[in-house]
Design a protein around this ligand. Structure first.
Ligand SMILES: O=C(O)CCC(=O)C(=O)O
Length: 309
């Protein structure tokens, strides 16, 4: 549970951290589960097809348990109320000494969830220190607003669209959101954030759990399939994806994931088009990033923030 002060700070600034969640045994369960997953894939999750990064609770019982963890859900309930769905999860992994990064962005941009009540719980399975490329957040200061993005396909981006904010914005007072293993941070869907390459000797492993209150809907025509993790599907805007009761990697569960992921990508693609329509497209190949904004930073972003560079 969050304190009244933590709730007020989140409502004002759009983030809150760190919050302890996992016991040592639970942390080991997640790490062992990830190791089995990567053995099954035959490669690290972050080197496989994008489909394996998202919504893997559909066929991984340990991940399904994580999205229902009471300590995380109690905090999320304090922010969004009792009826809670999981829009998706994402493995956010940066190998040791790797260039993987995230440019400034807001999660709301290509999710298309309204109202703007989506909150991400970012759970650290290893220490997300500043050196390891933890997230850096800009306080909303009570004035959240959607910024213009481009889906630039940035090389080494940890995000599917390789997206970045392409307008000037006030990023003063940004905060490095370091989170120790077993703890989580919370950030609001309009909280602008980025993360630097991993300069540490250890692998930085995080799982982003995108929670939404069940009254939310998406602005595309896609009807998605998502887990109900607390309360009731009160809004009725999503179909409910069941837990993987068949067991890890079961073909039936994999097939459910395939369909849920297809719908997720369909909405994502529709939202990229919608955002471009509403805010103006970023023509392909255009160097739309302002180097002063993106190439200079506390994290040492280097050449990796250049589109295709
Ligand atoms: O893990 C990272 O470095 C970025 C995560 C992120 O963009 C998110 O959780 O929305």
């Amino acid at each position: 549970m969050l304190t009244a002060q933590q709730i007020a700070a989140y409502r004002r600034d759009g983030y809150s951290f760190p919050h302890r969640a996992l016991s040592e045994a639970e942390l080991s369960e997640c790490r062992d589960g990830l190791a089995r997953y990567e053995a099954w894939l035959g490669k690290p999750v972050n080197q496989g097809d994008w489909r394996w990064r998202s919504a893997a609770y559909a066929f991984l019982p340990w991940l399904d348990r994580l999205i229902r963890h009471p300590a995380i859900l109690d905090a999320v309930e304090d922010l969004v109320g009792r009826d809670i769905l999981v829009f998706t999860t994402t493995f956010f992994i940066k190998e040791a000494h790797s260039p993987t990064f995230a440019a400034w962005h807001q999660d709301a941009t290509y999710f298309g969830i309204e109202p703007y009540e989506h909150v991400t719980a970012w759970v650290a399975l290893t220490d997300a220190t500043e050196e390891a490329g933890c997230m850096e957040v800009v306080p909303e200061r009570g004035r959240p607003r959607q910024l213009h993005h481009g889906a630039l396909g940035l090389k080494d981006s940890i995000n599917g669209g390789g997206q970045a904010v392409v307008e000037q914005f006030d990023r003063s007072g940004s905060v490095m959101m370091a989170v120790p293993a077993g703890s989580f941070s919370l950030h609001h869907t309009l909280c602008t954030h980025r993360s630097a390459p991993n300069r540490a000797a250890h692998r930085r492993v995080g799982i982003g759990i995108s929670y939404i209150p069940a009254h939310c809907r998406i602005t595309s025509d896609v009807r998605m399939r998502v887990p109900l993790v607390r309360g009731r599907n009160s809004g009725g805007h999503f179909d409910i994806l069941p837990p993987p009761s068949e067991g890890e990697f079961h073909p039936t569960a994999i097939a459910r994931h395939e369909e849920a992921y297809r719908l997720y990508r369909e909405n994502y693609a529709a939202q990229i088009e919608k955002h471009d329509r509403e805010y103006g497209a970023t023509p392909a190949g255009q160097r739309s990033l302002d180097p002063n904004l993106y190439l200079v930073g506390r994290g040492g972003y280097g050449a990796h923030a250049e589109p295709g560079g």
